[in-house]
Design a protein around this ligand. Structure first.
Ligand SMILES: [Zn+2]
Length: 417
């Protein structure tokens, strides 16, 4: 009982330290694109981890790998990542991962996005929830452990990587391919605290060019209007959208999702999200480009997803005599980790001790960790800081409750010691 009290006191005493860590992390603007300040944040973290007895390695994605798999015109700066390791002489080891990059600030903030502000029990700033809050909590957990002389029962490898928010080949993907993930287990701190996430949908982005024939708009019957053709395609795609949306995984979704939509499992998704076409008001448009994404449940294979889409479009082409071209760009694959594995159970127990019962869930968003575990075959689950709906991750006034950050410190110490 005394131990428990001491632990509680220590966590409370560290509140300022926790807020200071998070403030410093948010002040380094690692938004991507362009992702210019990755080396700065890694350089800031290294002495902090060294102070806790970790060995640190700066890992830059090699130029040839970057060129081939990740580089784009909107990115600039070194693709730097951090690997911090500490051998506790334990039998088992855990890799702990999250990302250091954030999405750009965007508009509509009531405070400065890169100058965190504490208000009514919450801290506001870009990345406080996704996902710098979990990094600050991890540092605080290490600080609590040192103060109370609590040894980790796992050897630790901390992978704090970059370019997750932009992909398709993030720092973590490179870590997986380079053999830098070696733990018996992997904890992904990128996520929310609603449930223990063991499944995600895979992501396939697509682009479609619909062709017409341009001519003077006063005699439209002499040409083919590509925008009207694209409209027919969009109408037909609604059939595919409904068919795909009814496809359920055996993995459950979060209870929040069930409450708001009635849906009990994660499903596949099909969206048209962008349209672009036309030259001038008086020109019948020669082409129209449609773009969107298809998210697929772990039970689907990306090859089948592409084939289903292509076959569907073939029918549309024949039915309406439409000329079109499809390009598919696969993103992060789906993730499915055994929900009854020993590791998932340990994470669930540690989380339930702090937060009350936590369900095993899946999400329809994609994670780069899915790519990593496809290579490493590590048992994995994702459990992060806060409620993402309230936190408005990726939106204006991103925030996280200080109580949630402290609870995450409690969770980490409970899991590791
Ligand atoms: Zn994230």
């Amino acid at each position: 009982m005394e131990e428990k009290e001491e632990f509680e006191k220590a966590v409370e005493r560290k509140e300022k330290e926790l807020i200071d860590y998070l403030t410093e992390l948010v002040r380094i603007p690692t938004f991507v694109p362009p992702g210019q300040n990755y080396e700065k944040i890694v350089d800031w973290l290294i002495p902090v981890f060294e102070n806790f007895g970790f060995e640190c390695e700066k890992v830059e994605m090699p130029e040839d790998v970057y060129e081939a798999r990740q580089k784009s015109a909107e990115l600039s700066g070194k693709r730097m990542n951090l690997l911090a390791t500490k051998d506790f002489g334990a039998e088992e080891s855990v890799d702990i991962y999250t990302h250091l990059d954030v999405v750009p600030a965007g508009e509509g903030w009531s405070t400065l996005p890169f100058e965190p502000v504490v208000k009514e029990g919450r801290i506001y700033g870009r990345g406080v929830a996704d996902s710098k809050g979990s990094v600050a909590s991890l540092l605080t957990a290490l600080s609590v452990m040192r103060e109370l002389n609590l040894e980790s029962k796992y050897n630790l490898r901390i992978a704090l990587t970059t370019d997750e928010e932009i992909g398709p080949y993030s720092g973590l993907c490179f870590f997986a391919d380079a053999g830098l993930l070696q733990g018996d287990y992997l904890l992904c701190m990128d996520g929310d605290n609603e449930g223990i996430c063991v499944a995600t949908d895979g992501v396939l982005n697509w682009e479609m060019k619909v062709y017409g024939k341009s001519c003077h708009s006063s005699v439209p019957f002499l040409g083919v209007n590509a925008i009207e053709q694209a409209m027919r395609v969009i109408e037909e795609l609604d059939v595919l959208k409904r068919k795909v949306g009814n496809r359920q995984s055996k993995s459950p979704c979060s209870s929040y999702m069930t409450e708001t939509t009635g849906q009990k499992h994660i499903t596949s998704v099909f969206n048209v999200t962008m349209i672009n076409g036309g030259v001038k008001e008086n020109v019948i448009p020669p082409s129209c480009t449609l773009r969107g994404d298809r998210r697929y449940i772990p039970e689907e294979a990306v090859e089948e997803v592409i084939k289903e889409f292509e076959d569907f479009l073939q029918q549309v082409k024949t039915k309406h005599g439409i000329d079109l071209e499809l390009i598919c760009k696969p993103g992060y694959p789906p993730m499915f980790s055994n929900p009854s594995s020993e590791w998932v159970r340990r994470v669930q127990d540690a989380a339930s001790d702090v937060f009350g019962h936590k369900d095993i869930t899946g999400v329809q968003g994609g994670l780069d960790v899915a790519y990593a575990v496809l290579q490493t075959k590590q048992p994995v689950c994702a459990f992060g800081v806060g409620n993402w709906i309230e936190s408005n991750a990726h939106g204006a006034d991103e925030n996280v409750r200080i109580r949630d950050l402290k609870d995450y410190v409690r969770f980490l110490v409970g899991l590791l010691t």
